[in-house]
Design a protein around this ligand. Sequence first.
Ligand code: FE
Ligand code: CA
Length: 516
Amino acid sequence: MRRRSVLSALGLGAGIGLLPAPILAGSLQAYPFGVGVAAGDPAPDGFVLWTRLVTQPEAEHGGMPPLRVPVRWEVALDDGFRQIVRDGEAMAHPELAHAVHVEVEGLLPHRRYWYRFHAAGEATSPVGTVRTAPAAGAAVDRVRFAVAGCQHYEHGFYNAWGLLAREPDLDVVFHYGDYIYEGGPGQLGMRGNGVLAVRQHVGGELYSLDDYRRRYAQYKSDPDLQAAHASAAFACSFDDHEVDNNWAAGIPEENVPPEVFALRRRAAMQAWYENMPVRRAMFPSAPDPIAFRRLDYGRLMRMHVLDTRSHRSDQPCDDGRRKPCLREHRVEGTLLGARQEAWLEEGLGGPFTWNVLAQQLLLMPVDLRQPDQQHPELATDVWDGYRGARDRLLGAIQDRGLTNVVAVSGDYHRNLVGEVPLRDTQPEGEKVAVEFLATSMSSESPKAMPPAEHVARLNPHLALLDDERGYHLFDVTPERMVADLKSVATTKRRDLTPGPVTRFVVMPDQPLLHRD
Ligand code: FE
Ligand code: CA
């Protein structure tokens, strides 16, 4: 115990000016688990358990009083909690929006557990389940993971989360970001005109810590999102809309002085931490959070979780507004930053059957010019805007002779599946990885695509481009990786009817896609 808690335990704080905030012991005014529970970042011996006490998601401070609240947690071998193997107490502080992060240790590898919380000795949370990772170096038969993100609350209901919650035996869900969108009600996001809102954001555009907190609480009040979190561990990252559209490290989208934008970014990143089941290493005490990390699954799979937002240089060609933005304009710059780039290169390869690059943005080159357009139409916020950085990454994969790299990503609000060419000017040439860019859970993209045969002619490495809503599910074994692109029938009403599934298969000895 630290000095202050020793003193307060002895009732000695008051006399020497160390009086802590009072503790709420009992008599909560309403059920405090209004945004559910979550687990994250599984290791062989444990995981993070998360909850945030909220009685009214849309109210100031989530309806919670400005008091500390003691929260007990329990981890059991069964969903009836007859065999509790770990338990303890954590404090929910108003400074952290009454969020609780517990890093549980000392558990057995690759085994399912159940968990729950009790607040102020009187209210019990819903039950969540989570599986630890396999032991380091172990031979592993199978791992199943999902990739999901881009969940604009106004664009659609979370039917895709409801379906994901029913997937059996999920080891981890990689969330590539856009967990929230920062716009006010009816500001339906970039180029969102013409999208039908099915529900409304509370509050205007987000700037303050309380704004971001309330937006997370509103999104997390959704029962299907809560069910998905309760069903499996998440590995959470963030993209642009957790802060501001298309931000790049210290640079906002609009012309705002950097020291002013820094305040907004700080508030946004604190709220992100408060609302995600992430480790204390991601506590927002530094100006740049260190959110990149690895999740290993024995010898079967290493997942490199990247942060393509916090350490990048500015987008080229005035964020793509200056046209044409030619390929040769885009050789400068970094998407990962020097430190993360070195960290990634150092950890690529090793004894793993599969290397998964879990990141936010389209990795392969994709030219979506219209038939009457002379110059390539390449997005500038994705790896196409950072060609030199992409050349370095793909070169590192090739130098190591790796054939087992699978990039997963999102952001585009479409499904895009393809083989990543070594040289972006030769898309029909040598391939170094495969990429599965998952479509959005609910966010729409009203941007018109060129005719399909035109896209195929310009992008021979692209195997699929479609406009479903849903997520990707990966079944990983030593012999092959099976990718199911899952979709929902609708997002315009709450309805868990599945839509079509498209399947691809990849073998670890060749970065090529096979249809199944
Ligand atoms: Fe998005
Ligand atoms: Ca995005």
